[in-house]
Design a protein around this ligand. Structure first.
Ligand code: F6R
Length: 612
């Protein structure tokens, strides 16, 4: 999704802006641009494609002739929504050459606004919804950018994170948000603003997160925040706890591989301080629920999208399995439109790595309106979902830069198992079983390490799959979400069509597609259901599909039943989910690498999906 960076201070703005944009590249984009205040005017430069070509146009990150003196500007990476990724559609957009603006989000009433602005004499040069914003601000401008932006935003329907500069107000940036994040990084006599903390941690860890309907004026180190009603607003600064190094590749070829290998540590960080081994329980103080309140919860309703939703399915199974209360997973996008039955004895858990996914956020708001208890399971500290839920559990998995989510999934599953334990202990689970459950969760990092040790074997197996164009992933019970997640990873980074199915469901239709060019990846971990899936494997082989099995180490029966296998360590199925998924992450990674794909920035994808 689109990225915003802005700078006001004493240093040259170009390196700060370009480095910030590079930090946001992981979010996915197709064009980039900057607007700089120079000698009482604005210099705007935009390019299709990568930040590198914009940097080249500006004369390189280290120094850019003519503009290196500028100490204030805004920059943007655009992920096309309205209009193709051309130079004309790239941001910043300008009005009268005196104002420039960058925007994340969608202006829903852009057609009506465009009509009015055209009638007032404004000419449009792009197909974007954003261009109406800059003309709208211009039409309200009388020398005070803060006032003009505030006034203009009253007429806007939709979502925005914006940053804006005016030629006539040197050193001044105005930013605003509704539904699309803006972080203000506070430095010494300087301020770096961005849509994502990754762009500012190089400069400062002190950040202020704007709330919806906040508008801020920034000049050097001075920050003034107001509401859309022009009332002063105070927002406390928070410390960003990610190091700059954590957002670098650290010697790995791709962020995705780095993040796959970080999983033992990420899970350790997720569970640290949250396990009570003596009482056989989990300590989840962020949920802010007394044991009595917990005991009164009748249902766990999980909302999320993509990988986060797949993790949610594991939570649904575990909470039903161990706590004996109903669990349910709902695709977040549908939640508010289908009028779900939710009440005060439901705990709605919103799962989101980024904490900014528009559909998940909408589900949070709907659940709150319906009187449910709402908690977040979020990785990015200070993100909108984390703040709006007010209660919840941070993953502490560290920054996830790769578009394909890996370590967030395994940390999410770790937390969901802790939640299942917490609910179970509040109901029927004994202390002894709770203590054993704690040990099972604590074993997760070690299980993942054993899979990572097989990286070379997995790369070799992947070599046999690069030529295929279609595939199925099958599993049952706890391994069904693993099949969904394995298929999602493969399709998004290798572009091989991959479908995750319940193993039993295959014969209800998809089996029609099986033949020797359509391999099947079968989750065959030793445990309940394995025999049935072995039966499904035989059905696939009878249709000539080659079968790759994920099998438990030393399970000769499963090994013999498949055409190739990846071994994973023995574990009860509710925790076997984690090492099995890691095996499929590595498998997808190596297939994509051998196919020469852009692993960290797959085509058409964006890291945090802030539009519906
Ligand atoms: C897949 C992937 C997406 C995200 C989904 C939700 O690898 O990354 O499917 O899981 O867009 O994102 P979050 O978790 O940030 O809400």
């Amino acid at each position: 999704m689109c990225g915003i960076v802005g700078y006001s201070g004493l240093r040259p703005a170009v390196p700060v802006l370009l480095n910030g944009l590079k930090r946001l590249e992981y979010r996915g984009y197709d064009s980039a641009g900057v607007a700089l205040q120079v000698d009482g005017g604005l210099v705007v430069e935009k390019r299709e494609g990568k930040v590198a070509s914009l940097a080249k146009a500006l004369g390189g990150i280290e120094g850019s002739s003519g503009i290196e003196a500028s100490t204030c500007g805004i920059a943007h990476t655009r992920w096309a929504t309205h209009g193709p990724p051309t130079r004309a559609n790239a941001h910043p957009h300008v009005s009268s050459r005196r104002l420039a603006l960058v925007h994340n989000g969608i202006v829903e009433n852009h057609a009506a606004l465009r009509g009015k602005l055209r009638a007032a004499g404004y000419e449009f040069v792009s197909e974007t919804d954003t261009e109406v914003l800059v003309h709208l601000v211009d039409s309200n401008y009388a020398g005070n950018l803060l006032e003009a932006v505030t006034e203009a935003l009253h007429d806007v329907e939709g979502t925005y994170g914006i940053a804006c500069v005016a030629a006539d107000e040197p050193g001044v940036l105005v930013v605003a948000r509704r539904g699309s994040p803006i972080v203000i990084g506070l430095g010494e006599e300087e301020t770096v603003v961005a849509s994502d903390a990754a762009a500012i941690i190089k400069h400062t860890r002190q950040a202020v997160y704007l709330d919806d309907n906040d508008v801020a004026r920034i000049e050097g180190g001075e920050v003034e925040i107001r509401s859309l009603d022009a009332m002063p607003v105070t927002r406390a600064a928070a410390e960003i706890d990610w190091s700059d190094d954590a957002a670098e590749k650290g010697g790995y070829e791709h962020y995705m591989l780095k993040e796959i290998f970080e999983q033992p540590e990420a899970i350790r960080n997720t569970i640290r301080g949250r396990m009570d081994a003596d009482r056989g329980n989990a300590i989840l103080s962020g949920l802010n629920l007394a044991p009595r309140e917990l005991a009164e919860i009748r249902r766990l309703l999980i909302v999320g999208c993509g990988t986060s939703m797949n993790a949610g399915l594991v939570g649904e199974y575990a909470v039903e399995d161990f706590a004996g209360i109903p669990g349910e997973v709902e695709q977040a996008a549908d939640f508010r439109y289908r009028n779900p039955i939710v009440g005060s004895r439901d705990l709605v858990l919103a799962i989101s790595q980024s904490g900014e996914t528009a559909d998940t956020l909408a589900a949070v708001r709907e659940a709150k309106d319906k009187g449910a208890l709402v908690a977040g399971l979020v990785n990015v500290v200070g993100s909108t979902i984390a703040r709006e839920t007010g209660r919840g559990i941070y993953l502490h998995a560290g920054p996830e830069i790769s578009v394909a989510s890996t370590k967030a999934f395994t940390s999410q599953v770790s937390v969901l198992l802790m939640i299942a334990l917490k609910f179970a202990r509040g109901h029927r689970m004994s202390r002894e079983r709770g203590m054993e459950f704690v040990r099972e969760i604590e074993a997760l990092p070690g299980l993942v390490e054993r899979v990572l040790a097989r990286n070379d074997e997995i790369a070799a197996i992947a070599g046999r799959f690069v030529e295929f164009e279609h595939s199925f992933f099958i599993g049952r019970g706890y391994l069904y979400p693993v099949a969904l997640e394995g298929a999602l990873k493969l399709k998004e980074i290798s572009y091989i069509h991959a479908e995750g199915y319940h193993a039993a469901e295959l014969k209800h239709g998809p089996i029609a597609l099986l033949e020797k060019r359509v391999p099947v990846v079968a989750l065959l971990n030793d445990g309940p259901g394995k025999d049935k899936t072995l039966g499904n494997v035989a059905e696939c082989q009878a249709r000539s599909s080659p079968v790759l099995g994920i099998v438990t180490e030393g399970d000769e029966e499963a090994r013999r039943a498949v055409d190739g296998c990846i071994e994973v360590p023995p574990a009860p199925l509710h925790t076997a989910v984690v090492p099995a998924t890691v095996a499929l992450q590595l498998f997808a990674y190596h297939v994509a690498r051998l196919r020469g794909c852009a692993i960290d920035q797959p085509r058409n994808l964006a890291k945090s999906v802030t539009v519906e």
